[in-house]
Design a protein. Structure first.
Ligand SMILES: C[S@@+](CC[C@H](N)C(=O)[O-])C[C@H]1O[C@@H](n2cnc3c(N)ncnc32)[C@H](O)[C@@H]1O
Length: 281
């Protein structure tokens, strides 16, 4: 299904302003955060899109001035952000030159240093090798669920905060999360939701939690025991942790590995390129 709302960040807006300054009458740009490209025409007031819609220069200038936000474009430019009454956290879509990431109370939910959220996701999927029925414990923008669904039979993905999913709905890169019939979305706390599944229900699990400070329960031995129970024998868990060679990453990783082994996982293998570990049942 095509994604029709126009979503722009400074990565699109600034080149449009430069093209105007250079005296161009047209430019090739993206109206969906670099998922696709199209030609637009310039005049004194703004740009005309292929379907005849218009965006005023003042709107493009506003978007261009903002480093850290993505905007939904209508009569005005509306920042893609929300506040959750449920969790007291602020969510916004944070632009990169490719897929955007999710900012939760100021914390980035994907890697953007020396990579981007799309390639960060591909690294996780390569380490996780999802097949069969997959549990994705933390939906976020749905990137791991979307990529897993390309190779697995079915993906069940859980998101704590409806506000995070509101942001995903507005993200052109998240649309398969809502359109792909192989993906089932659950809103709930993974800690509780995992208890509802039968033993050995999943062939693979992708566990991509926020940092320990935001979701300590999702790093607990109790929770890992639940993951172990719902994983089938010989199943695999990929657990994102963070930079394994940083001081905090290696400290968290040590605890994670110890607790995973304690609840029964064997062969817990460090995957530094994916910033996580793979554990086998
Ligand atoms: C690192 S992001 C996940 C990124 C996601 N895998 C993706 O590809 O876009 C973590 C997400 O987990 C959600 N979350 C936090 N605590 C949770 C919990 N207890 N159960 C389920 N989701 C949770 C956050 O709201 C956030 O959207």
């Amino acid at each position: 299904m095509a994604f029709s709302p126009i979503v722009l960040s400074h990565y699109q807006a600034r080149p449009l302003l430069e093209a105007r300054r250079a005296g161009q009458a047209t430019a090739c740009t993206s109206l969906d955060l670099n998922r696709s490209r199209c030609d637009v025409a310039f005049d004194a007031d703004g740009v005309t899109l292929p379907d005849g819609q218009r965006i005023a220069w003042r709107i493009i200038e506003r978007v261009a001035a903002s480093e850290n936000s993505c905007y939904r474009i209508g009569d005005d430019a509306e920042k893609i952000q929300t506040y959750s009454e449920a969790t007291g956290r602020a969510y916004s879509l944070y632009p990169t030159s490719l897929a955007p990431t999710l900012l939760v109370s100021g914390l980035l939910m994907h890697r953007i240093k020396d990579t981007d959220p799309y390639h960060d996701t591909l690294a996780k999927i390569k380490a996780a090798t999802p097949r069969g029925r997959v549990l994705d414990t933390c939906t976020g923008l749905g990137y791991t669920a979307i990529e897993a669904a390309k190779v697995a039979d079915e993906v069940i993905t859980i998101e704590l905060d409806p506000a995070a999913q509101e942001i995903a709905r507005l993200n052109p890169w998240s649309q398969a999360l809502f359109d792909n019939p192989k993906i089932t979305r659950i809103i709930g706390n993974s800690y509780d939701e995992v208890q509802r599944f039968d033993d050995a229900y999943f062939a693979h699990i992708i566990h991509d939690p926020p940092t320990f400070a935001l979701a300590g329960d999702l790093y607990s031995a109790d929770f890992y025991a639940g993951l172990y129970r719902v994983l089938r024998p010989s199943g695999r868990l990929f657990h994102y942790i963070g930079h394994l060679n940083s001081a905090s990453g290696s400290r968290v990783a040590r605890g994670v590995v110890e607790r995973l082994k304690r609840v029964g996982f064997r062969q817990v293998i460090r995957r530094p390129e994916a910033f996580g570990v793979v554990a086998h049942k």
